[in-house]
Write a protein that binds this ligand. Structure first.
Ligand code: ATP
Length: 304
């Protein structure tokens, strides 16, 4: 559905995107996660044809966004970071305007507007001026305009920014519902949002894709934590030599105790083998447990 190759974009001396490549398959819900200034909005504006990259190519559903912008845009529903506000228009009048702009045939407009309004639960606000709606309801209007032309791809720029916790939960439900009909890519810097909604996450930092992870695989991965009562000189090398161990990272526990975070392949519990190793070497073991890999840990490792 999305094919991005070697995108570069600078604003004067600021490099916003530096050789970004990724693809998104039909039906995926992908979170584009990154700290402020990582390049998420720039990437989304390029994907939706509102900004030209300096280099690279983007295709949506096989259509080149740079050369066939309008045809590509017809396949995309886009919720920008700051949804355009027409405060004086009623919800209904605004959606009619969007239907005209999207060239929805006149005889289909009524049905399309009803379907979009139903999908985002806005039926009881149709005659209300947009300027008098709460932020959560304005986001729903933004989502309704994004789905009006029944796009196969929805691109949402920080859909829950500025919402209160109740509204965030509601928008999450809506996004999940909309994912039954469309592939979804949305940007966020909220980790739990990605964990709650996505099956895949792309982590963007300093304009580069630093990680592309499947959430189910991430949840299946766990490290072993081994804490010792006192340091043992050769422990790191001995642990590294254990079959299946990929990485050993020293950690410091309570009271300055020496310890290690030991990583192996996904779906593997290294604890029994570490237990036997420690017993063989008579290490003063204080604690041995497995610790599930979390998106937060992946994110902080990359940010470090
Ligand atoms: P946020 O989460 O804060 O919205 P972001 O990940 O969406 O950030 P971008 O808005 O894409 O990041 O910005 C990436 C970099 O490009 C930042 O350093 C930003 O200051 C810079 N930038 C973005 N737009 C412009 C512009 N129009 N002119 C100059 N610099 C810009």
């Amino acid at each position: 559905m999305i094919e991005v190759q070697s995108i570069r974009k600078s604003y004067g001396p600021i490099v916003a995107l530096d050789d970004v490549s990724f693809s998104v398959a039909d039906g995926e819900i992908v979170g584009l996660l990154g700290p402020n200034g990582a390049g998420k909005t720039t990437m989304i504006k390029i994907l939706t044809g509102y900004l030209q990259p300096d280099e690279g190519s983007v295709a949506i559903d096989g259509i080149d966004v740079l050369t066939q912008t309008q045809a590509a845009q017809a396949r995309i529903g886009y919720l920008p970071e700051n949804a355009p506000a027409y405060p004086e228009l009623s919800v209904q009048a605004y959606l009619k305007l969007i239907a005209d702009l999207r060239q929805v045939p006149a005889n289909e407009q009524r049905e399309r507007i009803s379907a979009a309004v139903y999908a985002v639960d806005l039926e009881d606000r149709l005659t209300q001026p947009i300027g008098t709606l709460s932020k959560g309801y304005r986001q729903r209007v933004g989502l309704a305009q994004a789905i009006l032309h029944r796009p196969r791809l929805l691109i949402l720029d920080e859909p829950s920014v500025g919402l209160d916790p109740t509204q965030i939960v509601e928008i999450r439900h809506l996004i999940r519902r909309l994912s039954e009909f469309s592939t979804i890519l949305f940007s966020t810097h909220i980790l739990p949002e990605v964990e709650a909604l996505c099956n895949r996450v792309l982590i963007l930092m300093n304009g580069q894709v630093k990680a592309d992870a499947n959430l189910a695989e991430l949840a299946g991965a766990s490290d072993a934590i081994l804490m010792l009562d006192k340091a043992v000189g050769s422990a790191v090398d001995t642990l590294k030599a254990l079959p299946g161990v990929h990485h050993v990272e020293p950690v410091t526990g309570d009271n300055g105790r020496a310890g290690f975070r030991i990583s192996g392949p996904p779906e593997t519990d290294l604890c029994p083998a570490i237990f036997q190793l420690a017993a063989r070497h008579q290490w003063p073991v204080r604690e041995l447990r497995s610790d599930r890999q979390t998106l937060e840990r992946v994110f902080s490792k990359l940010a470090a």
